[in-house]
Write a protein that binds this ligand. Structure first.
Ligand code: DAK
Length: 265
C-alpha cells in the first residue's frame, strides 16, 4: 500500500501520514507522555480536519506511542490558568472539533490513556487497544474533575457505578477490563495495536463514503438526542442516500453479482 508523508504543514507535535485511504495522525510529544498541550491539540485538530475534507481519505486513525496514547492535558500549562482564561481561550472548541469530524476516527491506544487522553479516545468513534493500555480519569488527584467530556462520555459507556468509581478514586482500568465494559472495540498484543487499527480503518475506508458519514452521524445522534429525534436523523440520512450514485451502484452491483465501484457521490 502507498505510504506518503503529508507535507502540507510542518507540524511540531504531530506526525501525519497516509496509508491508502487511511489518514494516520500520531501524537508526538514522547518526553511529556504525549501530554495534550493547547498547541498540540490545535495541530491535531488541523491535521484531522484536513484529512476529513480530503476525498482521497475514508477514515482516520489517531495514535500516540507504545508508552502513552496521552497522559492527559498538559498539567504544567494548566497549573496557573484562571477561570476566565479557560472560558475565553476557546480551547474546549478544539476538543469538540474532534467529535464533529464527519469521517470515522479510530483511536489506537497503547500505554497510558489518562484524563484528557481518555477523553480524546472517547471522542473518537472506536478504540483499538494494546494489552498494555490503561484508561483512567485521574483529575481528582490534582484537585479537579474531567473537563473535556469525561464525566458524561465515561458514564454513558461504563454506567454510573463504574464511572463514579473511576472518577472519584482516580484509579485506572486495564485493556481487558475496558473491553469487558465496552469502552474499547478490541484488545491485541502491543506489537499489533496500530496495525489492527489501520486494518479496521482501511476496511471502513473501503465502504461507500456517503453511507459511512450518514451512518456515523445517525449513531452519534444517540448520545445527543432523544429516540424520536435520533430516528428522524436516521430516516433523513437513509432517504438522502437514495439520491447518491453509490446507492444505485451498490444495489446494481448486488443484483449483477459484481463488486461495487464507490465514487463518494
Ligand atoms: N502534563 C504534563 N506533563 C506530563 C503529564 C501531563 N498530563 N503527564 C506526564 N507528564 C510529564 C512528566 O511531568 C514528566 O516530565 P519531566 O519530569 O520528565 O519533565 C514526563 O512526562 C514523564 O512522566 P513521569 O516521569 O511522571 O512518568 P511515569 O512513568 O513515572 O508516570 C504517569 C507516568 C502517566 C503515571 C504520570 O506521568 C502521571 O500521573 N501523569 C499525569 C496524569 C494525569 O493526572 N492526567 C490528567 C491530567 S488533567 C479541558 C480539556 C482537557 C482537560 C481539562 C479541560 N478543557 C478544554 C476545558 C483535561 C485535563 C487533564 O487531562
Amino acid at each position: 500500500m502507498a505510504r506518503t508523508a503529508v507535507k502540507a504543514l510542518p507540524y511540531e507535535h504531530v506526525l501525519v501520514r497516509r496509508e491508502g485511504r487511511v489518514g494516520l495522525v500520531q501524537i508526538n510529544r514522547p518526553k511529556a507522555m504525549n501530554a495534550l498541550s493547547t498547541p498540540l491539540m490545535a495541530e491535531l485538530v488541523q491535521a484531522l480536519r484536513e484529512l476529513d475534507l480530503d476525498d482521497a481519505i475514508g477514515a482516520m486513525v489517531v495514535t500516540g506511542d507504545e508508552r502513552a496514547f496521552a497522559a492527559g492535558a498538559d498539567i504544567k500549562e494548566m497549573a496557573g490558568v484562571t477561570p476566565m482564561e479557560l472560558l475565553t481561550r476557546g480551547s474546549l472548541d478544539l476538543w469538540d472539533a474532534v467529535g464533529r469530524l464527519a469521517k470515522p476516527v479510530i483511536a489506537a491506544v497503547s500505554g497510558f490513556c489518562f484524563g484528557g487522553g481518555c477523553e480524546l479516545a472517547m471522542l473518537c468513534d472506536m478504540i483499538v487497544a494494546s494489552e498494555t493500555a490503561r484508561f483512567g480519569q485521574p483529575e481528582i488527584a490534582i484537585g479537579v474533575i474531567p473537563g473535556a467530556g469525561g464525566t458524561q462520555r465515561l458514564t454513558r459507556i461504563l454506567g454510573k457505578a463504574r464511572a463514579m468509581e473511576l472518577v472519584l478514586t482516580g484509579e485506572s482500568i486495564g485493556a481487558r477490563e475496558a473491553l469487558a465494559y465496552g469502552l474499547v472495540n478490541r484488545v491485541v498484543p502491543v506489537e499489533l495495536y496500530l496495525e489492527e487499527a489501520l486494518k479496521l480503518a482501511a476496511k471502513i475506508a473501503g465502504q461507500p463514503p456517503l453511507a459511512v458519514k450518514m451512518a456515523k452521524e445517525a449513531i452519534n445522534a444517540v448520545d445527543q438526542m432523544h429516540l424520536d429525534e435520533g430516528l428522524q436523523v436516521e430516516r433523513k440520512n437513509f432517504y438522502l442516500l437514495f439520491s447518491s450514485e453509490d446507492q444505485k451502484e451498490g444495489m446494481a452491483a448486488f443484483v449483477q453479482k459484481r463488486a461495487p465501484n464507490w465514487k463518494g457521490k
